[in-house]
Ligand binder design. Sequence first.
Ligand code: NDP
Ligand code: MG
Ligand code: MG
Length: 334
Amino acid sequence: MNTPSNPLAHARIAVLGYGSQGRAHALNLRDSGLDVVVGVRKGGPSWEKARAEGFNVAEPAEAVKDADLVAVLTPDMVQPKLYKEAIEPNIKPGAALLFAHGFNVHFKQIEPRKDIDVILVAPKGPGALVRREYEIGRGVPCIWAVYQDVSGQAEAKAKAYADGIGGGRAMLIKTDFKEETETDLFGEQAVLCGGASALVQAGFETLVEAGYQPEIAYYEVLHELKLIVDLFYEGGITRMLEFVSETAQYGDYVSGPRIIDAATKERMKEVLKDIQDGTFAKAWIAEYQAGLPNYKRYKQADLEHPVEEVGKRLRARMPWLKAAAQPAAEPLQK
Ligand code: NDP
Ligand code: MG
Ligand code: MG
């Protein structure tokens, strides 16, 4: 890691936030031999946690002062205020400001000072996986970008940071803030979080409303999804097709397009358009500023869905799941 060509070899890195990404980045960077200070608010749960894990911990404004690279790894919605109060007045000219998601820069919630580098390194996985893969000598693929380069070293800094968290052991792909922001939002809305959970809930409701046992419906539409997703992950749809029966394949071919059809794809395009033209960002920022009234209501409805009630009971009888899921799963904030 500490080769002369590495622009971070003698740099001080301030990691702001010690949650999902922050903790994983801080630990991996330190294990890569880099100098890390964790910047979190005094009194919050992260303060003690980072100290207990051996870090030099300071309030964000203090941590930023002598940092050569500042990684902003708090929730997206708190970053604009953090930037205004702790970063903008304190970051050194020529230092780098790094994000793991382009939202605030792309949607102009943060307009970075002109005398600093602005870069992005976004791991394509949750923080616990970023840490776990690093610990076993591997890494999570990262996409990286440069928004502003004043030092002439912005690209080298982004790549060195991605190497420091283990991404270089896997794969690094160049992107820009616009592409990262829009594809990340689309992926989580249309497919990963929004699409997948709505598909599971609708499948569960269909079976239960038709009189089938909820326990069996749970296994069919939620539990077994893991097997399918693992096959996708290892070898794409090709590998899934190799493993399921001919009957399942034929059913896939004739019924899949009846569920996700051209009209669904048209609606996906509408979701993408709302992301691209800023409609989604505007609504989400307004929702956050209003104290999350709809967010809380939507979340409560998800938590109270019958598939959750059945799932809780069934998972209590499958204690082995907890142990297996521990490293990758972690609760999200709020
Ligand atoms: P988290 O929600 O896990 O961040 C929690 C951390 O932020 C804690 O240390 C918390 O400190 C601190 N924090 C929360 N609120 C504030 C505040 N008002 N002021 C100061 N610090 C605060 O964030 P993530 O790791 O999920 O996300 C960080 C960034 O990474 C985001 O830009 C996100 O889009 C991006 N990203 C996230 C991924 C993920 O899997 N989660 C994947 C790829 C990118 P305290 O203990 O004091 O509350
Ligand atoms: Mg993502
Ligand atoms: Mg995201």
